[in-house]
Design a protein around this ligand. Structure first.
Ligand SMILES: *Cc1c(COP(=O)(O)O)cnc(C)c1O
Ligand SMILES: [Zn+2]
Length: 393
């Protein structure tokens, strides 16, 4: 395995600390040659089950049992949407409540392998929560830059309690990102763990492996949210590797969904933008409030190669989908996580097996729910009053 530039193809060893290609400045990926290779045997559960396909050895892993999340059949919704088999991969079941843990376990393990003293990131929430937890687990210093504007309280509480050093930056996410990158480049012992880091994406690709193992093959369609677009890139890489190893005999179509006020990828693809970036992203789905997706080129390739497409949903559609999933199927996920369901509520998808990726737990960001909650029923502590409040009188 080696690090490889996604544009010029230049290769670098895994042990070299790089965030972009020294030759052309584009981003890197981990290249694994699986062609002609026999499928490895997988042991244990979760992300590290796939250690033979990861760039860090199992005995170096900083782990909390991440991955191995449920793939839940959505029986009511599948009937409503006219899809024979509809599943939700619930990443809220990870240790810190989001899929970021899949990447962070590998990223922090790589930081340990490299002998770094600290790990750092800029984050709108879940990355900092996960980084803080895994750094604590590894006994390392964690530095978190939080952009100005709204951040979900649950995620901030996680970074605080795990002991991260939190710096609020007077700027948007993209500016915080640029600053923390400069810090890591100027301090060799601070290892940057934003999604630009290709080791994180290697952990995230295991979601695809789990879906394939659970279904016995790839689904026809996989739908997920796109923010910085690292996750779509990682998951597509996972499907391709399983396919190359002969473990699945087809590849899924990928549909990437963005929120209307933060949809640079979808708008760039539809020809509405000349560049894949917007300057003032806005959506209540803070985890995907991203104007300049770091992994935009990887994501475009995933969409194109899979025969899929990008789509846009509104904040109102997101809130409606969140309530529908929670009240109709018992699964509470955060606003960014529900964009695949919002998409299915509006668009008819003709496919036999569809998997939606729910990226993070609902308790991280309960604000919008509480703001829109209906008035509570009131009762005196008596049977008659309670019956009357419930309309049973
Ligand atoms: C990070 C995150 C996303 C976006 O993932 P990208 O890899 O940036 O596209 C979506 N949902 C949740 C809950 C997240 O934490
Ligand atoms: Zn290059």
């Amino acid at each position: 395995m080696k690090q490889r530039c996604i544009s010029c193809g230049a290769a670098y060893p895994l042990s070299q600390i790089l965030y972009t290609c020294p030759a052309c400045d584009d981003i890197l990926e981990i290249a694994i040659d699986v062609t002609g290779r026999e499928a490895p045997t997988f042991e244990c559960e979760g992300v590290w089950r796939y250690a033979p396909l990861l760039p860090v050895p199992l005995d170096k892993s900083v782990s909390m049992g991440e991955g191995g999340t449920g793939l839940h059949a959505l029986r009511r919704l599948q009937q409503e949407f006219g899809i024979p088999r509809l599943f939700l991969k619930n990443e809220g079941e990870n240790p810190t409540g989001s899929f970021k843990d899949r990447g962070m376990t590998v990223g922090v393990s790589q930081a340990v392998t490299l002998g770094a003293r600290a790990v750092a990131c800029a984050s709108t929430g879940n990355t900092s929560a996960s980084l803080a937890a895994y750094a604590a687990r590894a006994g390392m210093r964690a530095i978190v830059l939080i952009p100005g504007g709204k951040i979900a309280m649950g995620k901030l509480a996680q970074a605080i309690v795990h002991g991260a050093e939190i710096v609020q930056v007077d700027g948007n996410f993209d500016e915080a990102m640029r600053t923390v990158r400069e810090l890591s480049l100027s301090e060799g012992e601070i290892y940057l763990l934003n999604s630009i880091n290709p080791f994180r994406l290697e952990g995230q690709k295991t979601l695809a492996f789990e879906v394939c193992e659970a279904l016995g093959n790839a689904p026809d369609v996989l739908i997920l949210p796109m923010g910085n677009a690292g996750n779509i890139s990682a998951i597509w890489k996972g499907f391709r590797e399983f396919h190359a190893l002969g473990l699945i005999d087809r590849l899924p179509k990928i549909i990437g969904v963005q929120a209307a006020g933060a949809a640079p990828l979808a708008r760039y693809l539809s020809g509405d933008l000349h560049e894949c970036r917007i300057s003032d992203p806005e959506t209540l789905a803070t985890a995907i409030r991203i104007g300049a997706p770091v992994s935009w080129l990887k994501a475009l390739r995933a969409l194109e190669e899979s025969g899929g497409h990008a789509a846009i949903v509104s904040d109102d559609e997101i809130l409606a989908a969140q309530r529908k999933l929670a009240s109709g199927e018992g699964i509470f996920v955060e606003p960014a996580s529900v964009v695949p369901i919002a998409y299915l509520m509006r668009e008819r998808v003709q496919a036999e097996t569809v998997v939606c990726v729910a990226t993070g737990h609902g308790l991280k960001d309960p604000d919008a729910i509480l703001r829109m909650a209906p008035e509570m029923k009131q009762a005196a502590p008596s049977l008659a009053s309670l019956r009357s409040a419930l309309g049973l009188a």
